[in-house]
Design a protein around this ligand. Sequence first.
Ligand code: C2O
Ligand code: CU
Ligand code: CU
Length: 461
Amino acid sequence: MFTSIKTPIYTTVILLMALIAGIFYFRFNKRTALPYSESVQASGIVKEVSLTAQEGKLSLIPGKEINVWSYNGQVPGPEIRVNKGDTLKINFTNKLPQETTIHFHGIRVPNAMDGVPGVTQDPIQPGEKFVYEFVPKDPGTYWYHPHVRGSEQVERGLYGTIVVEDPEEPEYNQDPIIVLDDWRLNEAGQIDPRFNTGGDLMHDGRWGNLITVNGSTDYSLQTKPGERIRLRFVNSSNGRVYKLDFGELEVQGISVDGLLARVPFNAQGFEVAPGNRLDVDVAIPMISRSKPYVIRDTFSRQTYDLVTLQPSDQLVDEIKTFDPPQAHSFPDWDEAYKAPIDKEYLLNARRGGQFGIEWTINGKAYPNYDPISLNYGVFNKIRLTNQSARLHPMHLHGQFFQVISRNGEPVDEPYWRDTVLVHSRETVDIATVPLDKGKWANHCHILEHAEAGMMTVVEVK
Ligand code: C2O
Ligand code: CU
Ligand code: CU
């Protein structure tokens, strides 16, 4: 009699315990699938840098000075190199005639350091100072730029680069950053002061008539036969996309948008959209040759020579034989492929707004938006549906994501991104496992599109 009453109770208790254990096990499993490091061991070493945004002159074309805005009088601004785990402290002064902020594109910073006015901080007024301080968690190639009136301020020359270094990664013979930018100059040879024109807004933003690489119109790098070079491409253009043609060079892609790839990948024809970075491992052949190697942009019918690698006849002094670096761990994304879509963004344009045309996400133009939240530590899948004929390099602050499919076809990109180019009428599914809490901007990196409304905010809780 007793047992017959107690048995169902025991059974229920045991079942409940099993259920709780199951939930824990499931959660634990998800936790082990963390896509990249949640935090970093801080070294306590502080690297302090002063940045001043100011007006100045630059000679882009020899013998001609143009008026630019820059960080510390240089375009690109100072290249900041910092070890992962060190504290980067940036003492910033705004000497521009406009308010501004700095955003550290791709770096997972504490939310308050993300530089987005109205979302994470107040704009920094002319004459004011602000201290940005954070500990970079992920080695890789990043860049910084204003997040106020970006289409004007970035175009005028405000951008710089940050390399987060990992002492465990192999050392190359050379490791230069290659910043790609274009400028629209008027007949007087000055930056055309008409920003956000109807033409720019209706098309793919402001494409310039002069391309520079590291601020130079004919960038070349001296190399030696046998050298291993890590080239770190950054696209700081407002709208222009570069499709890289490496010609006869032997290159392997090793990272996109910061983190190392799972395996080296074929980088030939890689599209570097505004905001994107691409790191490649280049081996300069041993045979000496008289003609240089040229890396070209083949995105449009008109092609451009971007980088000239000029081999000398002197062999490299130290031959490097390491394998290209790759990610220590890379999660199994099967789950992401199977997961349902959590959110969809419809990308489109309509008449209206301050510029006569506005770019919308789900029918809203920023500062109007539908707040979206993402769940911490688990897969969140977002579908980006481009209902327009234009390009939209969509950039998500605060997390890395992976492209899961294009137009419904699964794709296997062995690397992370923070910016993905969504082509005309294309649908791209992305998946992310957010590990950084706060409110993060999510916008098109064609800066004119962003300026005209193509921005939203996601909250990671
Ligand atoms: Cu480089 Cu909000 O972006
Ligand atoms: Cu960003
Ligand atoms: Cu766009």
